[in-house]
Design a protein around this ligand. Structure first.
Ligand SMILES: [Zn+2]
Length: 158
């Protein structure tokens, strides 16, 4: 296990630091185990990363939003899974949250179901334009299509 500690000064900087550290560690064959925040230290706040010595099989993204804590099912996260939420503060006043998002890296013959976001072999799914739907979600999907409902990105764009 490898621990890495980095300082950042403001949320967008924190995201850049996160991206850089993950890229550096992935190049060394290490994958992220956890992310936490340390205390305010002089000129910045610290992120504490823990890495395992296994190559990454999950894709991570760090994002942030000011204001209230968003539900894990919030449409802004799209097909990402919220794995960790860290509070952002300015002078001890909560101002928003960092969200560590994760996504399974798709294999060559895998796709993500547009309905349930599950990952399946393409052979077990039906394709509709650029979307894939798993066997379990297929009936509901077909029903919505025939009713002229919105699908996937159309839904998110509303
Ligand atoms: Zn599905």
């Amino acid at each position: 296990m490898t621990a890495v500690k980095k300082l950042y000064n403001y949320p967008a900087h924190g995201v850049r630091v996160f991206d850089r550290v993950l890229k550096e560690q992935a190049a060394l064959g290490r994958s992220l185990l956890s992310l936490s925040k340390g205390y305010f230290l002089g000129s910045g706040v610290s992120f504490r990363f823990l890495f395992s010595d296994a190559p990454p099989s999950v894709q991570y993204e760090l994002t942030y939003f000011y204001g209230r804590r968003r539900e894990d099912s919030d449409p802004v996260f799209q097909s990402w899974h919220v794995s960790t939420v860290l509070r952002m503060r300015a002078w001890w006043i909560p101002i928003g949250y960092f969200y560590l998002l994760q996504k399974t890296v798709l294999g060559e013959n895998q796709a993500r179901c547009v309905e349930c976001a599950g990952v399946f072999d393409v052979e077990e799914m039906i394709a509709h334009g650029s979307y894939y739907v798993c066997a379990r979600c297929k009936p509901a999907f077909i029903q919505r299509l025939t009713e002229g409902g919105l699908v996937g990105d159309d839904l998110r764009a509303v």
